[in-house]
Design a protein around this ligand. Sequence first.
Ligand SMILES: [Zn+2]
Ligand SMILES: [Zn+2]
Length: 339
Amino acid sequence: MRIAVVTSPGEVELRDTPVPPCGDDDVLIRVEACGLCTMEAKLFAGAMPVYPVAAGHEVSGRVERVGEHAAALEDAPEVGDLVTADLLTRCGACRSCRRGDSAVCESPQGGSLPDGTITMGAGLAEYVRVPASQVWPVGDASPVHAAMAEPLACVVHSLRRAAFRTGDRVTIIGAGYMGRLHLALALHLQARSVAVVETDERRRELARAAGASGAVAPEAVKELPRADTVFVTIASSAAITTALSAVADGGRIVLFGGSPDALPATLPGYEIHRRQLTITGSYSQEPEDWRVAAQLLRGKALANQLDQLVSGRYPLADAHQALEEVCGGQAFRVYVGAH
Ligand SMILES: [Zn+2]
Ligand SMILES: [Zn+2]
């Protein structure tokens, strides 16, 4: 089968590799679509120099083969089903995994192709093989929407970390792809209001058109109603200062985007105390989040919103161009595959 491998910054090779063997506990999937996320962008741009690497962890596809033991699973996938799959395997053995907090697994396992290429998802390929327990059928959702299951599961996780309840007021900092998924889910779950704070005017307009109750630049954050929960979806410590202005007393701030800057050494301790604020992190997703995301996709409740987030589609042979578009910085999500 063909697989796209990033061999050095800015270089992608289409290589031939054997179709992975499907063990008794596995499912073999013919990939329909693979979304390109910041991890792939960092590998391609050289910000995460691990080469050669087979990336791509946001996939959907049709089940080609099902291992013998897989039939015993709840929601067992069958040949021909459209599915999405968790390709980033957790160890199952560390303290975090044993507590059920597998998002913070201490040794998430990678792998390699027969030629030694490091795998980080390896979804930019014609087939992926995955343990059956990490496969989620998504009914007749569109394959590109189905490939949004992984980031959507991350957002389900984020709302769970926020203890979100219907009727809450929400503010989202950053209206890029992950911010927009937060917007879509919070609207679907009937937040009282969902506002966004975003520096880019075009993205503010798009968020308003998608149903945001308000969309302002960071300087104007005080114009928004104070929020029960503020989701920080961009990677910047300035956004945390904005979040402190956006949150209501007693509210929560969820740090969803990974900040490259060190947090200011002095936390506003008195403010957190006096205003009874909760500041928490949200990283990755867990099986429970996949279950919810798969159902949201099956039910197509978010289909309209998800359509707006597809910026480009490329065949596998044009993976290089697809990665260039992602690194251009304007795209929401770009898809590679047969779809
Ligand atoms: Zn991702
Ligand atoms: Zn673990």
